[in-house]
Design a protein. Structure first.
Length: 348
């Protein structure tokens, strides 16, 4: 059997290393301080639709709370009205009788023994009259308040329904944008796999089949279900991420990762998996709360760091892992970084 030539063996080795990458991890060259690229139209849709959904949902909840307060006051007023009607009716009757039975001013003067008695009688009659008027006015005020609250209730319920409709529209846009981003990412992964296979075939042809080359793994992450609303999405992913990060410095941050992933349209597994590749889930950080090898960046809390990292992934690297993103994130060791990070993503 003829042995491969030295040139062929060297060519095969060089191409294998080029395609497969080194076998040790590297520090990522990504840097959060670098100028951020302009957002793509799709990323703008993802972020704006998510923000619109959150805003409309919050407004609807606020209006429903206000409507509930209106309804509570309506119930209180309606409970007071029967008793106040009786008081007002009694006050009107008493006032009528008092006017009918009153001898008039001259009669009071003549019937009084002295001026002090006259003043006392006048003061008493005025107090009784004021009380009767107050009871009638109180009834009128309650009726006005009831009408006002009922009108406000109808208005707030109507506005709440409008906000719910806006939230639903925004949600559908958010789902569509995220599903489109995932479709594009899957298409990119397919093209990368085809290009890698073509590169291996070309290298083998050039080496005359003497160098046995193997293409790097072109496995891709499983799809994320973006058809859910944010609450269901976070409820599904937060506990899975928590289980993955349990016992690490990032433990308990599952909801933060899932919230940010929804807001920016990023695979919720990607940032947690990168934290393992770069820092063993936050155990070995070069700077405070920098679990992702982002240059000299540091943050004051995990919550702030996670949101910034997920936003950076969306705006600079794309919605999920790809070889293109790996080359940009970790140029010296892209294939190993890709394989190691993808393997962690599939564990979540």
């Amino acid at each position: 059997m003829e042995r491969p030539s030295i040139a062929s063996r060297l060519l095969g080795t060089a191409l294998a290393l080029l395609l497969a990458g080194a076998l040790v991890p590297c520090s990522a060259l990504a840097d959060a301080d670098a100028p951020e690229a302009d957002l793509s139209e799709l990323q703008e849709r993802i972020e704006s639709s998510g923000a619109a959904f959150d805003e409309a949902t919050a407004k609807a909840a606020e209006l429903e709370q206000q409507a509930a307060e209106n309804q509570k006051r309506i119930d209180e007023v309606e409970a007071q009205l029967p008793g106040q009607r009786e008081k007002a009716s009694a006050a009107i009757n008493a006032s009528y009788k008092m006017h009918q039975d009153s001898p008039g001013l001259l009669g009071l003067v003549l019937s009084s023994n002295d001026f002090n008695e006259f003043l006392t009688t006048i003061t008493y009659l005025n107090a009784v009259e004021d009380h009767n008027v107050d009871q009638v006015q109180r009834l009128a005020d309650l009726k006005d308040e009831l009408d006002r609250n009922q009108s406000e209730l109808e208005q707030k319920l109507s506005e709440a329904e409008e906000q719910k409709e806006e939230a639903e529209t925004a949600l559908q846009e958010a789902k569509a944008a995220r599903e489109e981003a995932q479709r594009q990412a899957e298409e990119k992964a397919r093209r990368e796999a085809e290009e890698a296979a073509a590169a291996v075939a070309a290298a083998q042809a050039q080496a005359g089949q003497e160098a046995q080359l193997a293409a790097p793994s072109q496995a891709t992450p499983s799809s994320v279900d973006w058809s859910q609303d944010k609450q269901a999405f976070v409820g599904h992913w937060a506990p899975r991420i928590d289980a993955y990060l349990a016992g690490s410095p990032l433990g308990g941050q599952g909801k933060t990762f899932a919230d940010a992933a929804w807001d920016y349209g990023v695979d919720p597994r990607w940032s947690p998996a990168i934290s393992n590749t770069e820092s063993s889930k936050g155990l070995y950080c070069f700077k405070p709360h920098n679990a992702w090898g982002w240059g000299s960046s540091s943050w004051g809390s995990w919550e702030e760091a996670i949101r910034d990292h997920v936003a950076g992934l969306a705006r600079i690297y794309g919605p999920t892992i790809s070889m293109e993103a790996a080359r940009k994130y970790c140029p010296p060791n892209a294939d190993h970084w890709y394989s190691a990070t993808l393997a962690e993503m599939e564990r979540i």
